[in-house]
Design a protein around this ligand. Sequence first.
Ligand SMILES: C[S@@+](CC[C@H](N)C(=O)[O-])C[C@H]1O[C@@H](n2cnc3c(N)ncnc32)[C@H](O)[C@@H]1O
Length: 243
Amino acid sequence: MKINVLTLFPEMFTAVTGSILGRACEKGILQFQFINIRDFSNDKHKKVDDYPFGGGPGMVMMADPIFGALHSIGAQGKKILYMSPRGKTLDKEKIQELAEEEELTILCGHYEGVDQRALDYFDMEEVSIGDYILTGGELPAMVLIDTVARLIPGVLASEDSATEESIYSGLLEYPQYTKPRSYEGMDVPEVLVSGNHKLIYLWKFEQSLRLTKELRPDLFEDFVKNSKELTKDEHKVLEKVLK
Ligand SMILES: C[S@@+](CC[C@H](N)C(=O)[O-])C[C@H]1O[C@@H](n2cnc3c(N)ncnc32)[C@H](O)[C@@H]1O
């Protein structure tokens, strides 16, 4: 997937160009292009924002540098996302849909936002990461990029790991432990070191069910409603948790 990011702060994106996503770039699965919107300002001081017409607080990003930046990468007619608190909140269905795109272009706003004409002209889709306000669209864009990239085949070491995680599996994940077996008087649950794979699996399943029931009753209810395909053993565990 090719990901183009239009931003005033390209240097912030080192957070998504290293580690797992960095390896995906080396393998050619992901390709990033960061475009500094300021490079497309026609102003001698490289100004990219101005006061809002009609008054109001703060500054608004001008349409012209954004037009220039988008035309420079031939983005017209392609899928362009604008990170914005006005957008529909990102959820796993939207993330899956975006992961199937071959190319994504993401505009990061700043100040009070962006001249509406840039959004209208390029028919941008507004995407929010939640009902709160950040200073700029860079962190929201990185959240989107990171979570979308995890679903692209080959990005994670195992294809299963993306779908076995909390939420994607339909449940929250069971507690995890690593060495040492005993720490500050707390021992790893005996079953996890028993070597009995079936018992280990059923213990993890039960813990997932209990945690989900307690912390995310909405998810738990959905899981119970759709639990037709459980094995006999899984069914017994579910009955126990439901009591
Ligand atoms: C301070 S915000 C502007 C908020 C805008 N004045 C409003 O009230 O809707 C600056 C930029 O941060 C980004 N941003 C802020 N909160 C966001 C959120 N929850 N989701 C996605 N992007 C967000 C957007 O790109 C926005 O243009």
